[in-house]
Structures are given as structure tokens and as C-alpha cells.
Design a protein around this ligand. Sequence first.
Ligand code: AMP
Length: 327
Amino acid sequence: MAKNNWKIAKKAIEEYDNIFIFHHVRPDGDCLGSQFGLRELIKSNYPSKNVFVFGDNGGIYPFMKWDFDKFEDVDKKYFKNSLGVVVDANNSERIQFAQYILDKNFTKMLRIDHHPVDPDIKYDYEWEDAAYAAAGEQVAYIAMNAKWVISDDAAKYLYLAINTDSGRFNYEYVQKRTFDVMSYLHSAPNFKVWDINLPLSYRDERKVRFAAYVLLNYKKIGKVLYFHVTKKIQKKFNLNENEANDVNILANIGDCKVWVFFIDQKEGWIRARVRSNSVWINDICAKHKPGGGHEVAAGATIHSKDEMKQILRELDEKVNEYEKQNK
Ligand code: AMP
């Protein structure tokens, strides 16, 4: 069930002079694209407002400009009459620099998100709708309905968000609205999808070799495929934990229903990225805390090899239940 609609986000943005936008930890194209896309939209449509973006792109999508603001450099006067905006995220543990929010620096808080989550932060304004393919689609939808002007930069950021989170318009939630919004992005004077598609399509040779290795060495329990990206493997392919993470290398192979990447993290825990083409897996991820996400695309925190085996067993059981019910 959706919480509110685009109008509440527009109202919140219009009410405050100073706007601070946050993205989630381990950023992706959607949280970064919707964050910067929203910044560009506010700059073009409400030029008297001040907009700041906090975070770090972690080296991803280097062909885009990621000019973040630094909290230490922001004059305290901007915290008066201010709105903190969280895009594509919810709980404090999922937000990069959540401490600035928890320290109550902002007058009010807005959340624009397509994850079905009841967050621990008290948002004053919330638009949550899990039927959107991307938070970037939500931001572009606000722009389309509010008839905001779209600059080339805003269109590029929002397209990056929509393209990456929808698996290039591949996933279930892609619908007419997604293409209406895409059409609206083309009202920017010189926006062309090719300008983003081309740099997105370049393939890093290290990642290609890694993908080949994964495809030859993945393991299987029933219809659950998995691969453990150990530290040794990261070293072998000269990829770090954020680079050797493309779980969809294992997507839809044979009759599989679920596929999982376990990625060793520097700090010692194991990040699980779980995907499915049919079975809902976010409830299982939520049990391995902190964990959760979308129905068929979620993540979990794993602390040991035993817990790894445990989550695989749970996923296998869920697949078996699903198959019994859908015979
Ligand atoms: P990822 O595998 O990191 O791309 O995550 C897939 C989806 O699950 C994203 O929408 C995340 O917001 C969500 N997710 C991933 N890890 C966690 C976590 N530890 N806790 C809650 N949600 C998560």
C-alpha cells in the first residue's frame, strides 16, 4: 500500500528555503541519480532556494558529475527553515550520514522512497510507493505532474536512476507511467539516452573476467544459485567489495528461482545480495539483520558461514513452498 502521493513531496519542497538531500549507504545509480536529479530540478524551478547534497558516490558512475556538499562547510544559518530529504531510503542505518538527521539539524523531514518499509526516523512528509521502478521515477513523476522545467543535467541524473534500478526497463514494475516519465525527461533541450547508455555500456575488463569465473563456478541448492565473493576472489580479480558485486551475473539461469551473492566485507561481515524472478525473499532477508528490501530484490547481513548456509536453507524452503502452491 502506497503512503501518500507526489503532491506531499511537492508541498514540502515548496515550504522550505533550504533543502538538504541524502542518499543511502553503498550508493547505487538510483539513489545518486534521484538525489542529484532532485537538486537540479529545485535549482531550475525554485532558484531562490538553497539546495545541498550530502554523501559520496564511492567511485561509481565516474562519467557523471558528483559535486557533493560537505556538512562542515555549510553555514549554520541554512539549517533554519530547512527540509531534510531522504531519497530511495528509509531507516537511519540505511542512510549515508544519517547522524546529521538524528542530530535534528533540519526543521522538517521528507522521504521519497519506493521501498515498502516503516522507518525508525519520524518523517514529517512521506511519499512511499513500492510500485515505482525507481526513486528516480518518483522524482521525475513529481516534475511531470508539477510541470517543472527539466534541464539536461536533471534529465541525465534521473535517467541514470531509472535505467539502473529498472534493469534497463526490464523489471516487473516498469509500466506506461515509466515511459510517460521518460518522455517528459525528453523535454530537456538536449537530453538523449545515448549520452548515458554509451558510458553505461562500457565494460571493465576485470569485471568481465570475474563474471566469466562466477558463471563457471557458482553453486546451487535446489533452485537457489549462489556465489561467495571471498576476499581471495576479490584479490584474484583485483576488484574491491563494491566492484565484485554484480549479483545479476547469476540471473535466470536454467530453472533457478533465486540467486544470491555473498560478498566478504573489509570489516569481517558478509553482505548478501538476493534476487528472485518469482518468490518473495525480503522477509527472509529481514531476519538476517540489518536486512530487507523489495519483494524480489533484497539484501541481508551475514556474520558467519553457518549463517550463510542457514539463509540458503531458508531460501530453498521458500522456493519449495512456492512451487507447491503454484503447481
Ligand atoms: P542491494 O542488493 O544492495 O542492491 O539491495 C537490494 C534492495 O534491498 C535495495 O532496495 C536495498 O534498499 C535493500 N537492502 C539491501 N541491503 C539491505 C539491508 N541490509 N537492510 C535493509 N534493506 C536492504
